[in-house]
Design a protein around this ligand. Structure first.
Ligand code: SF4
Length: 382
């Protein structure tokens, strides 16, 4: 079993804070879809030993720039390469502007059963500041239309830590999100990436990152509001109602291999990882002539056992389920409570690690600094 990820490298407009790979030149969308099916055909023989894809995720970029027949084309390409596949989940990331009823019904007929909608905030001034192309009302109406079109599994993304945003504004975003027909919510802290329009403005002193106290207050409000409404905070940035947990993402966190297709996509075959170069013209040119995977514009990262152990630590501690130390020992021959005993003991005594159900986790109140906590247990390369 493995997961399948399609990176759709197009957006209608660049958001000021975003450093994902995308192009706003939509003229090559048709050609790209054909090239991606071709990459899938080239890579498939090397993946059949791992079984069949059990989840499909269209991420990006903005996958909702693809028409239903293009999504259907890619899903039928998957079934052609892996005839025995049955999908537990097929997710499409979408921007609210693209969610008209015809497209929604078309994607559902094509096999998409879960939508991930990039809302970010319902505040129109903040949306304009971000460079988004929709209003808060547009986003709410789009989710209602999606529910009317039959989507029962929907998630939306919200962003906190926006410069100058008040706590009250963030609380209003949360309240409005929880009125919508969703069963999953992802909330991300805005990170200022240097190679973005926002990064340049911050470097020039024209914008300032949100102060730590404001970020902490927003995070506390997030945890509190969702907990009161019965949502499960199951990963540092992710919340779900019963039955709403993301299957694809949860498998990724558990280290299940994933086949990545498209420029900028990453793949992991269980031991090593590859990254397709994030360049649309280069990708299209390479795929036009490629006869084998050797011709694909990808770079391999040969992961050592230490790399994989450190990743298992990091991803495990980002989930509410936490770490099973015995399983780590069986899988890697080491465990952090023994090999990094001093750091482990220190974290336990400071309440940064707690036992739960035979496993160890970072408590919700400490998750904002979770990556720093986890990295203290990293093994050093031999
Ligand atoms: S945030 Fe999403 S819609 Fe905006 S530029 Fe990035 S990938 Fe595109």
């Amino acid at each position: 079993m493995f997961s399948l990820y399609f990176h759709i490298p197009f957006c209608r407009k660049a958001c000021h804070y975003c450093d994902f790979h995308f192009s706003t030149k939509l003229t090559s969308v048709d050609e790209m879809v054909v090239a991606m099916a071709r990459e899938l055909a080239l890579r498939a023989p090397e993946w059949t030993a791992l079984g069949t894809p059990s989840t499909v995720y269209f991420g990006g970029g903005t996958p909702s720039v693809l028409a239903p027949d293009q999504i259907a084309f890619l899903l039928s390409a998957v079934r052609r390469q892996f005839p025995d596949s049955t999908f537990d989940e097929v997710t499409l990331e979408a921007n609210p502007d693209d969610l008209d009823t015809e497209r929604l019904e078309g994607w559902r007929a094509a096999g998409v059963d879960r939508l991930s909608v990039g809302v970010q905030t319902f505040d129109d001034a903040a949306l304009e500041w971000m460079g988004r192309t929709h209003s808060g009302d547009d986003a709410a109406r789009a989710l209602e239309r999606a529910a009317a079109a039959g989507f029962e599994r929907m998630t939306l993304d919200l962003m906190y830590g926006l410069p100058g945003r008040s706590l009250g504004g963030w609380e209003r975003d949360l309240a409005r999100a929880l009125e919508l027909p969703i069963n999953h919510l992802s909330a991300y802290l805005l990170t200022v990436e240097p190679r973005t329009a926002l990064g340049v403005r911050v470097a020039k002193g024209l914008e300032q990152e949100a102060p730590e106290a404001a970020v902490e207050a927003a995070y506390s409000a997030l945890c509190e509001q969702l907990s009161v409404k019965g949502w499960d905070h199951y990963e540092v940035s992710n919340f779900a109602l019963p039955g709403g947990h993301a299957v694809h993402n949860a498998r990724y966190w558990r280290g299940v291999p994933y086949l990545g297709i498209g420029p900028g996509a990453h793949g992991f075959n269980g031991t090593d990882r590859y990254a397709n170069r994030p360049n649309n013209p280069l990708y299209l040119k390479a795929l036009a002539d490629a006869r084998s995977t050797d011709a694909l514009p990808a770079e391999w990262d040969r992961l050592t056992a230490t790399d994989r152990y450190n990743e298992a630590l990091m991803t495990g501690l980002r989930t509410a389920q936490g770490l099973d130390l015995n399983a780590l020992e069986v899988g890697f021959g080491r465990r952090p409570d023994v090999d990094e005993a001093r750091e482990w003991g220190d974290a336990v005594s400071r309440g940064r690690l707690v036992p739960e159900g035979g496993r160890w986790r970072i408590p919700e109140s400490q998750w904002l600094i979770g990556d720093a906590i986890a990295s203290a247990f990293f093994a050093i390369q031999d």
